[in-house]
Design a protein around this ligand. Structure first.
Ligand SMILES: CC(=O)N[C@H]1[C@@H](OP(=O)(O)OP(=O)(O)OC[C@H]2O[C@@H](n3ccc(=O)[nH]c3=O)[C@H](O)[C@@H]2O)O[C@H](CO)[C@@H](O)[C@@H]1O
Ligand SMILES: C=C(OP(=O)(O)O)C(=O)O
Length: 435
């Protein structure tokens, strides 16, 4: 298990370019299985989850040709579907959450899909019902075997388009159902679909492959099934969660940084939420300039009541940035209630922040109140462990802003989704050593 040794108090300055989006990459990589023609993907982030998924695709027989550091050509003309029965598949697929999205493509093209209970962050219950309810609407048979850690299976001799109202706007669920529906016979309508930029990107890619999806960007998707899909090229968007993480980091460490090539129109409400914390952001073309700010003051609501920041499916505020917002509020002026509605165990890491000296009250598993210091007090460095990817980066931000040295253990969690984060931040003036 690797750790970061972080020397706090260093200010950052300079430019940083966000990596390609992790959660988009996991969907897009699964979609290459839908066609026998080559698919070229650009701006692939070099992170653990993505590398593990590429490895898994290679094991399934997908030919992988690296064109550059971040561009890869995939050729799924010969997929060994029996590999899904192997113990290696089980071990590798269980290591990450994104592998669940192999179900839709394999079901559509090879008539069956199998997946062990997927990995990913341990941030509370993460049910998969929406995925399977969708597949069943398309005519698939579903079986769950609880033995041996749990295995989900779907099979269908053919899929038929159907109307479905999802029980929740699940991101990976929508992606999975979409990837099955594009090759189903007839029309599928998915209402209450998720519409995160990840999903929009997937829809656009599938359409370039020959699919017929309309309603992109809304929660009502209509898919006219086609017989076959062809190859394409696709470029991943910059990772909006990384962009948000850099904004929070700059504010906490009083740093002046420029985040390059952000595809600002795709960031939705994210910049506005950071502005509610009082953080100044300047759009310079497609770059976001964050000036060094000694003070940033939380806004109140119009009626004067205290600010609450909560998560919501897109176009609401993504839950993946709430931990970052929470840590960033520690040095703001004012008080904010953070309400994590989706996940029930994602706020427990505040214990570590409290140990560092932060004024935070965990009201219940979903809500925490942060009373900002307005820089009148500093956090102090401690030893801590990263429980999940976003808490991990939040602890890193806390450590970078603290007095003294911190050790963050279990940084594999951070490496799941942030590319060479130590090297990239050290280039801006941080002092992070991988030990
Ligand atoms: C690989 C990947 O893409 N992971 C993302 C994906 O996970 P994932 O697709 O697994 O998450 P889901 O969208 O299915 O839902 C996440 C959790 O939120 C709950 N829920 C969901 C929708 C809703 O309207 N109300 C609600 O409470 C679900 O019950 C579940 O417990 O979406 C999550 C929600 O944006 C993100 O945190 C994850 O980073
Ligand atoms: C929760 C996340 O990832 P995963 O779904 O892969 O666990 C995340 O990216 O914040």
């Amino acid at each position: 298990m690797a750790s970061f040794k972080v020397t706090g108090g260093r200010k950052l300055s300079g430019e940083i370019t966000p990596q390609g989006a992790k959660n988009e990459a996991l969907q897009i990589l699964c979609a290459v299985v839908l066609t026998a023609e080559p698919v070229t993907i650009h701006n692939i982030p070099n992170i653990r989850d993505v590398n593990q998924l590429i490895d898994l695709l290679g094991d399934m027989g997908v030919k992988i040709r690296r064109l550059s550091e971040s561009s890869v050509e995939f050729d799924a003309s010969q997929v060994n579907i029996d590999y899904l029965e192997s113990e290696t598949y089980k071990a590798k697929a269980a290591a990450l959450r994104g592998s669940v999205m192999l179900l839709g493509p394999t079901l559509a093209r090879f008539k069956k899909g199998r997946i062990p209970s997927p990995g990913g962050d341990k941030i509370g219950r993460r049910r998969l019902d929406t995925h399977f309810m969708g597949f069943m609407k398309l005519g698939a048979k579903f079986n769950y075997s609880a033995e041996d850690g749990g295995f989900y299976e779907v099979d269908a001799s053919h899929l038929t388009g159907a109307y479905m109202l999802l029980d929740e706007a699940s991101v990976t669920g929508t992606a999975n159902i979409l990837m099955a529906a594009v090759l189903a016979k007839g029309t599928t309508t998915i209402y209450h679909a998720a519409c995160e930029p990840y999903i929009q990107q997937l829809c656009k890619m599938l359409n370039r492959m020959g699919a017929k999806i309309s309603g992109i960007g809304s929660n009502l998707l209509t898919i006219e099934g086609v017989e076959i899909l062809g190859g394409t090229e696709h470029t991943m968007l910059p990772d909006m969660i990384e962009i948000g993480s850099f904004i929070g980091m700059a504010a906490m460490t009083q740093s002046e940084i420029t985040i390059k090539n952000c595809k600002i129109p795709e960031l939705g409400i994210i910049p506005d939420v950071f502005r509610k914390l009082g953080i100044k952001l300047e759009f310079r073309g497609d770059d976001i300039f964050v000036p060094a700010q000694e003070h940033y003051e939380l806004e109140n609501f119009i009626d004067g009541s205290m600010l609450t920041i909560s998560d919501h499916p897109w176009p609401g505020f993504t839950p993946d940035l709430l931990s970052i917002i929470l840590v960033t509020a520690i040095q703001a002026k004012g008080t904010v209630l953070i309400h994590q509605k989706m996940f029930e165990s994602r706020l427990f890491f505040v214990d570590r922040l409290i140990e560092m000296g932060a004024q935070i009250i965990l009201c219940d598993p979903h809500r925490a109140t942060v009373v900002g210091f307005d820089r009148k007090q500093n956090l102090k460095g401690i030893r801590m462990s990263s429980p999940d990817i976003r808490a991990g980066v939040s602890l890193l931000i806390a450590a970078m802003s603290a007095t003294g040295t911190s050790i963050i253990d279990n940084i594999e969690q951070i490496d799941r989704g942030y590319q060479n984060i130590d090297t990239r931040l050290n280039a801006l003036g941080a002092e992070i050593v991988r030990i």
